[in-house]
Design a protein around this ligand. Sequence first.
Ligand SMILES: C[S@@+](CC[C@H](N)C(=O)[O-])C[C@H]1O[C@@H](n2cnc3c(N)ncnc32)[C@H](O)[C@@H]1O
Length: 331
Amino acid sequence: MKNNPLPRLDSNPDVRERLLPFCRLQPGDIWDDPEGRHRIGCIDAADRDQIRKLVGDAKPTLAIHDPPYNLVAFDIRSIGEFIEWCRKWIRNTTEVTAADASLYVWLGADQNDGFQPLPDFMLMMRDEPYKARSFITMRNQRGYGTQRNWMALRQELLYYTKGSPGFNVDAEYTDIPKILRGYYKEVNGRKTENFERSKSDNIRAGNVWVDIQQVFYRMDENVSGCYAQKPLKCIERIITASSRPGDVVVDFFAHSGATLIAAEKHGRRCFTTDIDPVYAEICIRRLERYRRSGHEGWQNGHPFESELPCVDSSDDTSVENARPVPQKHLF
Ligand SMILES: C[S@@+](CC[C@H](N)C(=O)[O-])C[C@H]1O[C@@H](n2cnc3c(N)ncnc32)[C@H](O)[C@@H]1O
C-alpha cells in the first residue's frame, strides 16, 4: 500500500497554496461533465444567483448538505451569524429543488458550547417550508473526549421533506450484525444469543446507524487531504432511499465529492459545489479516476500525485493523516 498522503489541507495552508495552480475552477466557475451527467461548481452555497446558475432548469429531488459545523475544525462565527448563513443556503435549496423533495443536513452539536449549532438550526428550520421527518445519528468508530465526559462518537443527520417525495424503504435494510447481546431466543432447542443470529438482511438501519465504517487511510475511498470526508455507504443509503435513477441530487458542500461519487454509482446526476477551488478540483479528479479505474478514492495516495509526487509538510498533521484517524472533527 502506498504511503503518500496529503496532509490535512485545512491545517496546512502552504500545501493548499501549492495545489491552487493545478485547479481548473476559479471562484464562480462551473465544470460541466463531458459525459453530460454532473456539474461541479466553485460557488458559494449562500449566493442565490450562483446557485441558480449551477442548477439551471433542473429540478433536484434531493439535497444532501454537510456544511461546516461551526465547531473546532472550522472558523467559528457567532451562533446568530452561523444560523443566518444557514438560512441563506437552505432558502437557495428550497428555491431550486422540485416541489416534492427531500433534504438531509449533517450537523454537529458542540458539547463544550451549549450543544450549538444543532438545536439552533432545528429551530430555524421551523420557519422554513419543510416537514421534519427524522433525526438520524451515525455512530463513529473512533471518538474524542476526556476521562471526565462521555466519549463523543456521534454524527447527526436531519431528514426533512417538502411536498410529498417518495421514500424507498428497501434502502434501509442492512446486513449489520446486531449489536445488542441477548439470550432470549431458542433455535433448535438451544438458547442463542443475538450475535449468533446476527447477520440478516431483514434488519432495518433505523435512525441510529451503527453499520458504517468511517473512512480511514486503508480504504479505497480515502481522499487524503480531506478532513471531513463522509463514507460513501451513508450517502448511498440516503440517495437510494430518497431519489430515483436519473434524478438530480444537489450538495452545496462537496469537499471530497462523496455525494458526487455515490450519485455516479447509482445512476443519479449530481450538481455540487465547494467554495474552495482545491476541493472542487479534488471532486473532478475523483470522478475522473472512478470512471477510469473503478477506484473510489486514492487510499493512502493523493489526487495531485502527477504534479506533486511527494508533498512534505513540517506540520505533524501529516503524520496524523497516515494513522487510521479518518476525521479530526468527530462529532
Ligand atoms: C464538512 S465539509 C463537507 C464534507 C463532504 N460531505 C464529504 O463527504 O467530503 C464542508 C465543505 O464545505 C465547504 N464550504 C464552506 N463554506 C462554503 C460555502 N459558503 N459554499 C460552499 N462550500 C463551502 C468547505 O470548503 C468544505 O470543503
